[in-house]
Design a protein around this ligand. Structure first.
Ligand code: C2E
Ligand code: MG
Length: 870
């Protein structure tokens, strides 16, 4: 079970939005951590809630929930009909209680008229309250599921990391052993070889110093004859002719001393003298007496030795010992041969020595024998060994005749004990490492929800198929589809059911035999299918089979759900070979299919290719223009008029950007803003417009029009960027504009998920003193309750309604009603797109005080605006 990690800020923001949207009050408490969120609302509201939602009742609610019990909602009795109380609990993986929402709401209608309520108190009805509570239960479940999913992922990641570390260590050890094998064969002196081994092994075991102590001939003192250290000061200069009495370990026994060991006094004195915190001290005996000590030291650093490290240090000691013996008995062939054999037998690698011309195996160790211990492999390996033409790099990654085993090989031409030229070949078994790599690669490329491969795997497979199909001169195809209106469906179904539906669909697609294993989930509800060159002849059939799957309802939990898909397809090889470019083009085809309406299909063709190329050029030019300091962008100003006693007076302007491109001429915002958002250039471009507009307005304010205000359009992408508020603050400071004269215009066409972040940014902007206008209201299906949800000062009615007011009774009523509604919540109204006299006349009857449109003026350059209105 996991200890859930809550981000209290997230919980708080969830609570703030939820309370505001549903007109209720609540806080979140946990038995273990106490109160997790603070009250959302003003002080008078908080006092009111505190006095009517007693602590004893809160405690009673919290205590009424039991781990593992099915109830998630508790409704305590209320003495007054007009006060409503609920507890909503959310649970972890094993149904244990993680937190409880304490909810309180007021139904003012039910209260006696004599009762006094604070002014801003939020009120609701019983029906709304019940709905809100049901939604809260659902939301909390989803929230916990998300957190749990993150926890699982984190755990898995750390497991993968430690497995990777293990594999890495194994690889390093392999390299080290190879190097040591080479050194064993070298003709260099013992000191030279031992010096290198000390350095290798010191680095591998990550100690601060490794050293070799040599006993003096008289046996009374010892010298540090070799030392390696990394970073730490060397001990060897002071470690000469040290009396044996001061070296308590030098008694022929091995010692492994970790930092937490209780040391006998003599050891303690020795360790303190050299600031040693941990040591492995191993004797090298020659002819039954101790000649040397191999020391792995941790100076000034606490150290606990692991079993692997102790084993490793012993291996190194054995190797040094063998080399020492070999060198001592250098003149004895037999001696060196048996020493070498002892090492080779114990090295854990397959070692074979061959006489190439005679095609004769001179030596093989037991490991080599067991590696290829079957008749087929034996033949295969002999062919390999005596094949004169092999080259080392090709041999790496040798697989023994389909045995499922993998080896890395190293080859060295050496002199044999009798002086002839022989070849030494070492086989390292890398099967585990390879299998691990394969497994890790597969995991990284699998989508956990559906079990299908993910986008990464899709791109890789497309690249591979492209390569094969081009070579064979054949075609293949890629399909991309998504579920129509999945977001709405997902919200309706609940996220868990939505996930089940995706998994169900994934399974059904992957069951189509000709595309099995070639289906990918590459985004939320986006699936791709690769129809390879062998199956391309069935393309039409495959498309039909996929579309047919959606003709019948999907059954989840005994209920039927209907959904359709839209699909884009591309036949390749086309001009492009890059997998991600193929997917981009498919996205365009999919968009085309969607534009045709639901349940449709579209091929990406040459016409579409031209559009893509044009877009790529535009993207490139735009990137250049923004990175060159936005100099090509010009800010225009369209006056906004205020009716004072029925007479329109200019009261400021809306800043509208144009791109005066050296390549393309004057480009209007519709021609480049979307591309700027997609390419993440909108932050810099928007900042430039904000700064220019604020400078202009400050200039007008200083030159006779202190009341003029400037409205600047802010893209939702720009608004939710992390540094937006800081950059806004910088503009205010840099220009010294009165913040009340700066209005940020935002449209409400951002996704529902972005709402909390949008509100947070707008609240921060208002805290700096700026004003906020909700732009294009009525376009793109703006929700009427956004007027209440979003912190706004002005509402701008979309010009589409203005143009239709004349002939369309609905448009007229819309403008009138929205204006009344806005006024009733103390929000200014501005009507845009005013072009004609009769529109002005009509607006005169409504509660509209601000207007804007070609009737007064088109957007003007800064100079033109100055001439006319300053
Ligand atoms: P918007 O915020 O709704 O701006 C008003 C648009 O309507 C402007 O188009 C303006 O020229 C046009 N307009 C004004 N009066 C009339 C009228 O009487 N009749 C008609 N038919 N049109 C009128 P423009 O300049 O092409 O801007 C289009 C949109 O581009 C703006 O719509 C705004 O959403 C966006 N935009 C413009 N500048 C910026 C900017 O600096 N940043 C961001 N993020 N968006 C901008
Ligand atoms: Mg605007």
């Amino acid at each position: 079970m996991y200890e859930l990690e809550f981000n209290n800020d997230d919980l708080q923001s969830l609570q703030d939005s939820f309370c505001k949207a549903n007109d209720i009050y609540m806080v979140c408490v946990s038995r273990k951590h106490g109160q997790l969120t603070s009250f959302s609302g003003s002080k008078p509201e908080e006092d009111f809630v505190d006095s009517n939602f007693k602590e004893s009742l809160q405690k009673e609610i919290v205590d009424s929930f039991v781990d593992g019990a099915p109830e998630n909602i508790v409704e305590p009795a209320s003495a007054e009909d007009y006060f409503m109380y609920r507890g909503v609990v959310f649970r972890g993986e094993k149904d244990e209680i993680v937190g409880t929402w304490l909810c309180f709401a007021v139904d003012k209608e039910m209260a006696p008229a004599s009762l006094e309520f604070p002014n801003a108190l939020r009120t609701t009805t019983k029906i709304r309250f019940d709905k809100a509570i049901a939604l809260l239960e659902n939301l909390s479940k989803h929230y916990v599921t998300e957190i749990l999913r993150n926890e699982h992922l984190k755990k898995r990641l750390s497991q993968i990391q430690s497995e990777e570390k293990e594999v890495e260590n194994k690889l390093i050890k392999n390299e080290l052993m190879t190097e040591i094998l080479r050194l064993m064969e070298s003709d260099e002196s013992f000191t030279k070889v031992a010096d290198e081994i000390l350095a290798f092994s010191g680095k591998y075991i990550e100690c601060t110093n490794t050293a070799l102590l040599q006993m003096s001939e008289d046996g009374l003192s010892a010298d540090m004859i070799l030392e390696w250290s990394e970073g730490e000061e060397k001990l060897s200069p002071a470690f000469q002719k040290v009396p044996i009495g001061n070296l308590p370990f030098m008694n022929g026994k091995p010692y492994t001393i970790s930092s937490d060991a209780a040391l006998p006094q003599a050891f303690s004195i020795f360790f303190n003298k050299y600031s040693i915190k941990g040591a492995i001290l191993l004797p090298l005996n020659v002819n039954d007496s101790t000649a040397m000590y191999l020391c792995f030291l941790s100076v000034n650093k606490e150290r606990q030795w692991s079993v692997d490290e102790i084993r490793f240090s012993n291996d190194i000691k054995n190797i040094l010992h063998t080399i020492l013996i070999k060198k001592i008995t250098a003149n004895s062939l037999a001696g060196s041969y048996s020493a070498l054999e002892a090492i080779l037998q114990n090295s854990g690698y397959g070692v074979v020595v061959i006489d190439m011309p005679k095609k004769q195996i001179l030596y093989k160790n037991d490991t080599f024998g067991s590696m290829f211990d079957n008749p087929i492999d034996k033949v295969a390996i002999e062919e390999l060994l005596f094949n004169k033409n092999y080259n080392l790099s090709e041999l790496n990654g040798y697989s023994a005749n389909g045995s499922g085993k993998w080896y890395d090989l190293s080859v060295a031409d050496i002199k044999w004990v009798d002086g002839r030229d022989v070849r030494l070949i070492t086989f390292y078994d890398t099967t585990d490492i390879r299998n691990y790599q394969k497994k890790a690669e597969k995991q990284a490329q699998t989508d956990t929800l559906t079990g299908l491969y993910n986008r990464q795997a899709c791109e890789k497979d497309i690249a591979m198929e492209y390569h094969i199909a081009t070579k064979l001169g054949k075609e293949f195809a890629v399909l991309l589809f998504d579920i129509d209106n999945f977001t709405t469906m997902n919200e309706g179904l609940g996220y868990r059911m939505g996930d089940d539906l995706l998994a169900f669909i994934a399974r059904s697609i992957n069951d189509i035999s000709s595309i099995k294993g070639k289906c990918y989930r590459i985004g939320g509800d986006e699936f791709a299918v690769l129809v390879d060159h062998e199956n391309i002849k069935n393309l039409d059939l495959i498309i039909k089979r996929i579309m047919n799957l959606f003709e019948n309802p999907w059954v989840l939990n005994d209920k039927e759900y209907n959904c359709t898909i839209s699909m884009g397809a591309l036949r390749a090889p086309a001009k492009i070979s890059d997998s991600s470019a193929i997917l981009t083009r498919l996205t365009i085809a999919l968009k085309g299919a969607k534009e045709k309406g639901h349940n449709s299909f579209e091929f990406f063709d040459d016409k579409a290719e031209v559009i893509v190329e044009e877009k790529e050029e535009l993207d490139e030019d735009l990137k250049k223009a923004v990175s060159h300091g936005c100099r090509e962008f010009k800010v225009f100003y369209q006056p906004i008029m205020e009716f004072v006693d029925g007479v329109p007076n200019c009261c400021g302007a809306e800043a509208l950007v144009r791109w005066d491109s050296s390549e393309r001429g004057l480009v209007m915002p519709s021609g480049f803003l979307k591309a700027a958002e997609d390419q993440n250039l909108i932050g810099d471009l928007g900042h430039y417009v904000l700064l220019e507009a604020a400078k202009s307005c400050k200039h007008w304010n200083d030159f006779g029009h202190p009341e003029y205000k400037i409205s600047v359009n802010i893209s939702p992408v720009q608004l939710v960027q992390k540094d937006f508020v800081d950059r806004l603050d910088a503009v205010l400071k840099q220009t010294a504009i009165d913040p009340r004269n700066l209005t940020l215009e935002i449209a409400d066409d951002f996704g529902p998920g972005a709402m909390p972040r949008v509100i947070k940014a707008l609240d921060a902007a208002r805290a700096l003193g700026c004003r906020v206008a909700l732009d294009n209201f009525g376009a793109n299906g703006s929700a009427i309750n956004n007027i209440k949800k979003l912190p706004i000062d002005t509402l701008k009615i979309d010009k589409e309604y203005t143009s239709q007011m004349q002939g369309d009774a609905f448009a007229k009523l819309f403008v009138k009603t929205v204006a009344e509604l806005a006024n009733s919540v103390d929000v200014d109204v501005c009507v845009g797109g005013v072009e004609e006299d009769n529109q002005i006349n009509m607006l005169g009857d409504y509660q509209v005080n601000l207007v804007q449109g070609f009737y007064f003026d088109k957007p003007l350059s800064k100079e033109e605006f100055g001439k006319k209105y300053i």
